[in-house]
Ligand binder design. Structure first.
Ligand code: ADP
Ligand code: MG
Length: 260
């Protein structure tokens, strides 16, 4: 069954169609990477799924249920979690407390306030610490973490809210090669039990995690396929190389792809 089914989606900003008749379906349990030049509509696409932006046309079905007209809060309660580009962790709290808070915010704010943490919650948080590779830093305040560790913590906080679908916007922007690898391993591990959409520019990262890639261009799907198919598709090469001079990060991506 498809967890997400999107048909003829159109989003307009004062007449400009940032998303234009977009069609996409995501199978339950799938890890999908979405790439595309700057301005292609990637962030707007996530904004539309999470209810931040309303479409003027089209269908958005999550587990068969229409998301149209629902608020961001309602959509998040249905099981769609989003990680933004910049980490939003509580810097003064420890890594463990950040995870506790995210877990309990979802469940019950009062138990956190009054310090009642059940055994099963402790187990959940301990498991998450392991998944995100921060066991040894569990009692450090988050401000002592590196940028990459903060990204992993925030992914952990997202998972603590038990969403079925994770939306992750540019998780490795500004990370070292080693941290990029850690984040790709984390997302691969999470994909065993979640459906995930990742937006990313970094082609090395995309290569590390991609199974199925969707290329967005001017608000529509340009093509879809394996990394191999995508990087040999003349339309993709044209879209990327055509924009090369003005967009350094895409230029790098193009360079990596073509090996030139
Ligand atoms: P991407 O994330 O792929 O770089 P965006 O979704 O951010 O692209 O933007 C797609 C297009 O929509 C861009 O041309 C951008 O300028 C425009 N856009 C995005 N948000 C708004 C907005 N709130 N108002 C007007 N135009 C917007
Ligand atoms: Mg964007």
């Amino acid at each position: 069954m498809n967890i997400l089914e999107i048909e003829n989606l159109t989003v307009s900003f004062d007449g400009f169609k940032a998303i234009n008749q977009l069609n996409l379906s995501l199978e339950t349990g799938e890890l999908r990477v979405i790439i595309g030049p700057n301005g292609a509509g990637k962030t707007t696409f996530l904004d539309t799924i999470t209810g931040k932006v309303q479409p003027i046309e089209g269908q958005l079905l999550f587990k068969g249920r229409s998301l149209k007209g629902l608020s961001e809060y309602q959509i998040s309660r249905l099981g769609i979690g989003r990680k933004f580009q910049t980490p939003r962790v509580y810097l003064n709290l420890t890594v463990r407390d950040n995870l506790d808070l995210a877990h309990n915010r979802h469940k019950n704010v009062f138990s956190t306030l009054f310090g009642r943490v059940s055994v099963s919650d402790k187990r959940t948080v301990a498991g998450l610490l392991e998944t995100i590779g921060l066991v040894t830093k569990a009692d450090f305040p988050a401000q002592l973490l590196s940028h990459g560790e903060k990204q992993r913590l925030e992914i952990g906080m997202l998972v603590a809210q038990s969403p079925d679908l994770l939306l992750v916007d540019e998780p490795v922007a500004g990370l070292t090669d080693e941290e990029t690898k850690n984040v790709s391993e984390l997302l691969l591990a999470l994909s065993e039990s979640h459906s995930i959409i990742v937006i990313e520019h970094d082609m090395e990262f995309v290569r590390q995690i991609a199974r199925q890639v969707t290329v967005l261009h001017q608000g529509s799907v340009l093509c879809e396929g394996s990394m191999e198919e995508i990087q040999n598709d003349p339309r993709v090469i044209e879209v990327y190389l055509g924009q090369e001079p003005s967009i350094p990060e895409i230029k790098d991506a193009g360079t990596n792809w073509m090996g030139i």
